[in-house]
Design a protein around this ligand. Structure first.
Ligand code: ACO
Ligand code: ZN
Length: 149
């Protein structure tokens, strides 16, 4: 890899430490490493990482749900690499893989206070369709956001 290249690729098990480091840096209540390991095993090629010459700088994971809906479970980009379009690329690639699996829509939940993430999702065509009270362990509400693919 050279220069400013950023590639999006399927995550593998040896990426787990890097993914967990980004998780700790990015979330108030991070997923436990064991949970991320389970997602790695479960999500197959719907677990993506963004890699630069510095190593892994972002990840996104999706799962397939009933009724042809893809679910974006989590996405994070390391602080130094935010606002460079990596989150956008991760979501676009997940959506592409959802479509390959015949998914008709994509959904996710986000903290109502998470302005950067909500902005990103709105920019990509997601709309708030519901507010889920008390969704997070600390009591914060979530917006349920939805996009037809
Ligand atoms: N303030 C305002 N708008 C923002 C911000 C911000 N801090 N960050 C992104 N946006 C919007 C902008 O419109 C931006 O376009 P622009 O830079 O041309 O103005 C657009 O989103 C695209 O931004 P990207 O560069 O593609 O996004 P980035 O790579 O920075 O990743 C992310 C965004 C993943 C939300 C990052 O901020 C992050 O890791 N945050 C901490 C973890 C997190 O909150 N993850 C989402 C939780 S919800 C879930 O996982 C389902
Ligand atoms: Zn969710």
């Amino acid at each position: 890899m050279r220069g400013n290249d950023i590639i999006i690729r399927t995550a593998v098990y040896r990426d787990l430490e890097d993914i967990f480091r980004i998780e700790l840096e990015s979330f108030k209540i991070p997923y436990p490493k064991k949970y991320l390991a389970a997602l790695l095993a479960l999500a197959g090629d719907l677990f993506l990482v963004a890699e630069t010459q510095e190593g892994i700088v972002g990840y996104a994971v999706g799962i397939l749900r009933l009724n042809h809906i893809g679910h974006i479970v989590s996405i994070a980009v390391t602080k130094r690499w935010r606002r460079k379009g990596i989150g956008t690329r991760l979501i676009r690639e997940l959506e592409r893989r959802f479509k390959e699996r015949n998914m008709k829509a994509s959904r996710l939940e986000v903290r109502v206070s998470n302005k950067p993430a909500i902005k990103l999702y709105e920019k990509l065509g997601y709309k708030v369709v519901d507010r889920i009270e008390n969704y997070y362990p600390d009591g914060e509400d979530a917006y349920l956001m939805f996009k037809e693919l």
